[in-house]
Structures are given as C-alpha cells and as structure tokens.
Write a protein that binds this ligand. Structure first.
Ligand SMILES: C[S@@+](CC[C@H](N)C(=O)[O-])C[C@H]1O[C@@H](n2cnc3c(N)ncnc32)[C@H](O)[C@@H]1O
Length: 317
C-alpha cells in the first residue's frame, strides 16, 4: 500500500529542510522482514520455521502499518530476520550496570538497579550475549546500512571489541554530553557526564549512507562534530509511563536524520519505551521494535500510536 501522507515533524532550530517530510510514492507498509529460512539439516529447518511462525505475530501493528512492535527475546527474533533487510539499527542494550549501587535522582539517593534484565552475568557471558546479537544485526543490515549502539564504560568497550571481532568498521565514537548529570555521591571519582554511541557499517568494503549536508546545516554550516550536547528526555516524553533508561527524542532524531532517508526501515532490538519508534515515524521512516518486557512495550505502544495519529491527522510535530 502506498502512503501519501505528508509527515510534519518538529524542526531542528537551525534546519528548515526538515519541517516537511514527504513519504509520497514510498511503500510504507512493507515491514515483513521475518520469515522462515531454509537450512541444511531437517531439525534446523523445523526450529527456524517455528521461530518464524512466532515472529509473524507482532505484539502490536500500528495504524497504516508503518510500525510494528514484537514481544520477544531480541536474539531469537533477530535470527528470523531476512538478510540485508534493514537500513538502520539503533540498539540501546542492557548496560549491565545494575550492581546494587546507588545514584542520585532529583536530589535523592536511589538504587542504580534498573531491573533483572540489566544484571551482569559476568564479563565473559555478557560479551557472548553482545557478540551474538551484534552478529545478527550485521547480517540483517543492508549493504549501505549502519548500526548505532549506545553504552557507558560498563559495556561499551566489550561491545566495541565484539564489533571489531565481527568485522564491523567503526565510523565514529560519539560522546553524548549530558549537560546536567546527577552528582557523584561517593565523591571518590569524577561525575559521569557522557554516554558513548558507536556508529558502524557492516564491514570496511561497503559505502554507507550519511546525510552529511543535513548534519552540517544543523551545526550552523560547520561540520558536525562527534561531541553532542543533548538534554535528557523532556517531561512530555515521559508522559506515557516510566522507563528507567529512556533516551531523549532529540538524540534519536539526530541519529535517524544522519543515517537514513524517508521510507527507510529502522530497527531497535531493545526498544524500551519506544523512543526510536516515535522519532522514526515522525521522520517518515518505517519502524520495527523488539523488547522482552511487556510493560515497556505498552508504553511504547501508546507513544508510537499517538505519534502516528498526529501524523495522519496532519497535526504531527
Ligand atoms: C536500555 S533499555 C532501552 C531504552 C530505550 N532506548 C528507550 O528510549 O526507552 C533496554 C531495554 O532492553 C530490554 N531487554 C533487555 N534484554 C533484552 C533481550 N535479551 N531481548 C529483548 N529485550 C531486552 C529491556 O526490557 C529494556 O527495555
């Protein structure tokens, strides 16, 4: 089905060209990347067909079919995805920083624990987990596609090493500077004020997509640097329910504008509260999100659903 809606999105302060994004003539409904694949052994075929049948049932498929959410273990579902079917993957995986420590939130001492999903199983097991999903992401990325992974010192070095072992070509390590980070309560080391985003292409020999001019325009005509100053999510982004590690929409907007074009398919294997989906649909991209937690998927469902309604009503921000 061809979508002819014109998507209006909140423009960057400095970029008028992003005010109107047309998806005219683009098939926005093609989201069928999960399918049975044929493998050599009979038992292997059975397993993969069973997985594909499960993959065919989304948690939620949105109005106008431009986005889908799946309730699944990321690796299991990624294994069912077609090779070279996705333009951009943004992954905000567990940072494995839930170690029973404390942090400061709104002036109060609180536990750093995010949930069972963020508990480390030890460096070796965490590394194997990361290498496995990164390997599937590499397979399903299109030739000109790119992968973005966010992290902190707790996980980003192991992720970078796994990417190097798999043959990814790392393009940038972006330092996302959080202007007003929570103070360090122990006073034993520096206040953590940044997160890292690794941006990579499948391998060294492919040519990746990069909207260089749009990024330059956003930076007042100067080359965009790898230090991004972006504030935490605004209160209106948290209106739909709480997620302990929600990313700001502005961060995702910059990533998606930099690395994709209208109609492209964006995938987030750890979608949480749906930030990547909200921004993707506002920017006229197609979207698939996966999460193992139903509670978070319900938040994502409300957020993405409202964003799509705004677009189809013509009131999209
Ligand atoms: C860091 S959060 C993502 C937050 C998201 N970027 C946002 O803006 O809300 C990681 C998410 O991954 C999910 N998760 C953790 N392990 C998973 C797995 N093996 N498969 C699928 N989802 C997983 C968690 O439920 C959590 O919502």
């Amino acid at each position: 089905m061809t979508q002819t809606a014109v998507v209006r999105c909140e423009p960057y302060e400095t970029d008028e060209t992003l005010e109107t994004i047309s998806t005219e003539g683009i098939d926005m409904s093609n989201l069928d990347i999960f399918e049975a694949f044929s493998v050599e052994s009979a038992s292997g075929t059975e397993v993969r067909e069973a997985r594909a049948a499960y993959a065919a049932r989304p948690f939620f498929s949105f109005n106008a079919n431009r986005a889908r959410l799946y309730h699944a273990e990321a690796l299991e579902l990624l294994r069912c995805a077609r090779t070279e079917s996705v333009d951009v993957i943004f992954a905000d995986p567990p940072y494995f920083l839930s170690n029973n420590g404390v942090t400061c939130q709104s002036g109060r001492m609180v536990s750093v624990n995010k949930g069972q999903w963020d508990m480390s199983k030890g460096p070796a097991a965490d590394f194997e987990f990361n290498k496995a999903w990164l390997s599937e992401c590499q397979r399903i990325l299109k030739q000109d596609g790119t992968l973005w992974v966010s992290g902190t010192l707790h996980n980003i070095y192991a992720i970078g090493f796994a990417m190097q072992m798999l043959g990814y070509k790392i393009l940038n390590d972006i330092a996302w500077y959080k202007i007003n980070p929570p103070p360090n309560l122990s006073c034993r080391y520096f206040t953590h004020a940044t997160e890292t985003l690794l941006w990579a292409k499948k391998n060294d020999s492919v040519k990746h997509k990069f909207n260089y001019e749009l990024m330059k325009k956003e930076n007042q005509g100067r080359q965009m640097q790898s230090l991004w100053q972006i504030t935490p999510p605004k209160p209106r982004e948290k209106h739909y329910g709480k997620h302990p590690t929600q990313k700001p929409e502005d961060l995702l907007r910059r990533i998606i504008v930099a690395a994709s074009n209208p109609g492209d398919l964006i995938l987030d294997p750890f979608v949480g509260s749906g930030t990547t989906g909200v921004v993707s649909v506002r920017l006229g991209r197609r979207f698939i999100g996966i999460d193992a937690c139903e509670e978070y998927l319900n938040v994502a469902k409300s957020r993405i659903g409202d964003a799509i309604t705004e677009i189809l009503d013509g009131s999209g921000r």
